[in-house]
Design a protein around this ligand. Structure first.
Ligand code: ATP
Length: 265
């Protein structure tokens, strides 16, 4: 099933250095997640727990998944990436069973960060409303901070539509921190482009100019811009037989053909 696949996926380990910009967000995550995770005894002395939950919201493609994966890398934790849709089943009891399986696997591998994309889908009323409520309750029970074996498990929920997330998740001990992952500003776009272009053979590129030209572009949009530009470069090499590198004009042409996606959000 999709859940088995997600549980067995081996993701490449990344850390904060793989993420362009987002400095304010990184600092908040350091304070609320990484330091408590790494200094349990010190935080326990002041009656602060590690573990618990975190909710990221913001427009699509702006790095919610990426920063969660990097947080796992920074903590030295396993990372499990699932979508609510991997868990949902039309069979009564099956979705609940999948959530139990997910958490027992997470405990077995702990420390673990469980990333649940599209958590808003859990709050959507379906024809069988009781079904949804029991699913939300199962997840809440598993997340519940009073479970002593949860210290090494952090749940990160992500959503593009925070207003649709079931309010039961917003109480203390559940998604304790609700953090906005914004569209990248000009400095962040500069930093993201730097990260994405890092290993690509290139001539002198004016990142500042590119960052200026890409107002409202998400990180994913920027990745698409670079992908298209490198494709053009490869096509040119194959056509002319000349070993050229990626050039500024490939990137600016690619930007001209693109539309930012955070506008609609
Ligand atoms: P969705 O809401 O659609 O799930 P998301 O917010 O989880 O989106 P990601 O999947 O984290 O977005 O980002 C999509 C891609 O955009 C990443 O795989 C990466 O290539 C690129 N990207 C986004 N933000 C950054 C960043 N800050 N630095 C480097 N690359 C980024």
């Amino acid at each position: 099933t999709a859940l088995d696949e997600a549980l067995n996926a081996v993701a490449q380990v990344i850390d904060f250095s793989d993420i362009g910009g987002m400095e304010a967000l990184k600092e908040r995550i350091r304070m609320s997640i990484i330091y408590p995770f790494k200094n349990k005894d010190l935080f326990a002395k002041f009656k602060k727990r590690s573990g618990g939950g975190l909710l990221f919201y913001g427009p699509p493609g702006c790095g919610k998944t990426l920063i969660s994966r990097a947080t796992a890398g920074e903590c030295g934790a396993h990372f499990i990436n699932i979508s609510v849709h991997d868990v949902l089943s039309k069979w009564i009891g099956e979705s609940e069973q999948r959530i139990h399986a997910l958490f027992s696997e997470a405990r077995r591998k702990s420390p673990t960060i469980i990333f649940i994309d599209e958590v808003d889908a859990l709050g959507v009323k379906r024809s069988d409303a009781g079904h949804t409520a029991s699913l939300v309750n199962t997840l809440l029970t598993e997340m519940d901070g009073s479970q002593s074996n949860n210290d090494d498990i952090l749940v990160i929920g992500a959503t593009n539509t925070p207003w649709r997330v079931d309010s039961a998740f917003r109480r203390p001990g559940r998604f304790d921190h609700v953090l906005f992952v914004p569209p990248p500003d000009i400095e962040a776009r500069h930093a993201i482009l730097e990260v994405i272009l890092k290993e690509i053979p290139q001539e002198k590129i004016d990142l500042k100019k590119l960052a200026k030209l890409t107002d409202k572009f998400s990180g994913a949009d920027l990745k698409a811009v670079v992908d298209r530009a490198t494709e053009t470069t490869i096509q040119e090499i194959m056509k002319t037989g000349k070993e050229i590198k990626l050039q500024q004009k490939h990137l600016t042409n690619s930007i001209k053909q693109s539309r930012p996606t955070t506008l609609e959000w």
